[in-house]
Design a binder for this molecule. Structure first.
Ligand code: NI
Length: 182
């Protein structure tokens, strides 16, 4: 089922999400719906707050970017209760966008390597090193679980330039091709 995506300005994008456990109802269906919603909107990552659920769940599929980022090939994951164990490597700048902030694309500096711990949809625990586009998308989605969006990471000047665009999204004046709610 395709779910509506929450736009910038909605309070759910500003909460710290809660971890879930095996008793969370219909988790597999939820994850399937998150992938379907993400694909429909041509996204490569989606975090649960973006579908109005303040829980620590995110999905990523970097495969569409494999031509330019070979490490993205086959990198399709649902991550439950993810944690960052270590951020390392180099600072890298990369142009990000977000389904909750349609029409905004800006360079964001992040580390290009991250060691993470997470559970899959069967609650198997993993520890894994992500790099390049994997690390990039993960960090963007992980921010969502901490009430952050990528424009929070821009300079004050950059954000001032974006103020009108952000307000337009918050005021429901931007209509992306996918279903968005305020
Ligand atoms: Ni996003």
């Amino acid at each position: 089922m395709i779910l509506p995506i929450v736009g910038y300005g909605h309070s759910v994008l500003r909460v710290k999400t809660k971890d879930i456990d095996e008793t969370y109802p219909n988790l597999k269906q939820l994850i399937e719906d998150m992938f379907e919603t993400m694909y429909k909107a041509n996204g490569i990552g989606l975090a649960a707050p973006q579908i109005n659920l303040p829980i620590s769940v995110l999905v990523i599929d970097a495969d569409p970017l494999k031509e330019n980022y070979p490490e993205g090939e086959g990198f399709k994951k649902a991550m439950i209760n993810p944690e960052i164990l270590e951020l390392y490597g180099e600072d890298e700048s990369f142009e990000e966008g977000c389904l909750s902030l349609p029409g905004i694309n800006e360079n964001v500096v992040r580390k290009n390597k991250v060691r993470v711990r997470y559970f899959d949809e069967d609650f198997n625990e993993y520890e894994q090193e992500l790099f390049g586009i994997q690390a990039r998308i993960f960090q963007h989605e992980f921010d969502h679980l901490n009430g952050k969006v990528f424009t929070d990471r821009l300079s004050n000047i950059k954000r001032a330039f974006l103020k009108k665009k952000l307000n337009d999204i918050a005021n429901n004046k931007v209509r992306p091709a996918y279903k968005m709610v305020k």
